[in-house]
Design a binder for this molecule. Structure first.
Ligand code: LLP
Length: 421
């Protein structure tokens, strides 16, 4: 459920009509709903009630300072995957003990930064990384809390580009070698084993792969405890999918996911962490664009928007579906016609949807892409020197620009022309 609904024929974000935001900031823009963020975080938190837990928001899905600060104020931890994300979490006021550092290629510099600023744990993904972290922590006179991310060899049954738990994916350590890697971790100075980490992929629409992976983690917990390791925390990753297509069947509910987690770890006496990104931020955001032209092509009509692949990359790289709806509610019974919905970038891949049925749209009309709060703004670029678009946060009847659109001069002045040219 989200807080983007029609009222009197106009699409609102909470209590703010979207045309008011468009008039204030120009199009295209991203808009996020505070109430929806709160709702999704709370639903997950409630689903885990009864087991000690920390919900760490995967910042890669949406790392705006205002979004992070809001979630942190509700008690969320953060899952970061770079020095930049760590710095963002700290800048938004997230305490180190609520920041988890994931990622397959952490540098010594990033490790130093997190150890100096405070960190809940590093999720380590390889033996060389263990050695590097041991060296960095020892040189600082610190002990680094760690889990090892295991690769359980489970097919997450999601898009191949966002599946991470098969044996041939680059992530984690094969579960078959987990015991020797934990033994190595125990031998190395400057490391403190606190648990196990697993993350098998993103946009999962079935609980079965989670169940398989968690069963393997539980079995490994028993083995590692028998080997003498203190496994007191399980990081079970993120990845629960969201409904991108309203007319389709919905993925499992957070409550069902929470029940599965609680069932899986019931025998263990452990603290649980999860790292959801999309589930919290995905349906808390829209991308709002304006129609520049409607062009009649050969046997098809093109809706040419002022948003493009550089603003929302998902359709171009994953063939992802985003519902597209008009900001002015169509009259009941209006006949829909198919459009190819495209942006102005000079690539055929700059296509948001082909032959999408929509009510009649005219130049100047506003349209909204649903489910754009995760992996939208964070994956944007300035390709074609199109400025990054603003992000707006709504709370009740208030709205604020939480990242403004840069000017052309700001973009151009980041470049320098060498004197010797
Ligand atoms: N934890 C780890 C270690 C991850 O790699 C990810 C996502 C998450 C948590 C959060 O997953 P979520 O709950 O959001 O599914 N750009 C792609 C998604 C890439 C996800 C990468 N890792 C997309 O737009 O679909």
């Amino acid at each position: 459920m989200d807080h983007f609904l029609y009222r009197d024929g106009i699409l609102y974000a909470e209590d703010v009509p979207l045309p008011d935001i468009a008039a204030a900031v120009g199009t295209p823009f991203y808009v996020y709903s505070t109430a929806t963020l709160t709702r999704h975080y709370t639903v997950l938190k409630d689903a885990l009630e009864g087991v000690e837990n920390l919900v760490c928001f995967a910042m890669k899905s949406n790392s705006n300072q205002a979004v992070i600060a809001h979630l942190a104020s509700l008690g969320a931890g953060m899952d970061v995957v770079s020095g930049g994300e760590y710095a963002r979490a700290v800048a938004a006021g997230v305490p180190g003990e609520r920041i988890v550092f994931s990622g397959v290629g952490k540098t010594a510099e990033e490790m130093r930064m997190a150890l100096a600023g405070g960190i809940r744990q590093f999720n380590v993904e390889s033996e060389p990384e263990l050695q590097m972290l041991s060296a960095v922590a020892t040189s600082m006179g610190k002990s680094a809390p760690i889990t090892v991310r295991i690769n359980p060899d489970v097919d997450a049954k999601t898009h191949e580009k966002i599946s991470t738990g098969k044996y041939d994916d680059k992530f984690g350590i094969p579960i078959s070698r987990a015991r020797e890697v934990y033994a190595m971790a125990a031998r190395l100075p400057g490391l403190e084993v606190v648990g196990i980490d697993v993350h098998i992929g993103s946009q999962l629409t079935d609980l079965a792969p989670f169940e398989l992976a968690y069963a393997k983690v539980v079995e490994l917990t028993h083995q590692l405890r028998a080997d003498g390791h203190s496994i007191r925390r399980l990081d079970l990753g993120g990845g629960l999918g969201i409904p991108y297509e309203r007319s389709n069947t919905a993925p499992p509910l957070p409550i069902e996911y929470g029940d599965l987690i609680k069932r899986s770890v019931a025998e263990l006496d452990v603290e649980v962490e999860i790292e959801p990104g999309r589930l919290i931020s995905g349906n808390a955001g829209l991308l709002v664009a304006s129609t520049i032209y409607v062009k009649h092509g050969e046997g098809r009509d093109f809706l040419i928007l002022d948003a493009a692949m550089n603003d929302l990359l998902r359709p171009a790289i994953y063939g992802a579906w985003h519902d597209i709806i008009p900001v002015v509610e169509p009259a009941p019974g209006v006949v829909q016609t198919p459009y190819d919905v495209v942006g102005p970038v000079c690539e055929s891949g700059d296509t948001f949807a082909k032959q999408r049925n929509l009510p009649p749209v005219a130049a100047g009309d506003l349209v909204a892409f649903r489910s754009a709060g995760a992996y939208g703004a964070v994956m944007a670029s300035e390709y074609n020197t199109r400025p990054l678009i603003p992000e707006v946060l709504v709370k009740g009847d208030q709205f604020a620009v939480i990242r403004r659109r840069p000017t052309f001069d700001e973009i151009i002045n980041r470049d320098t022309v060498p004197e010797w040219l």
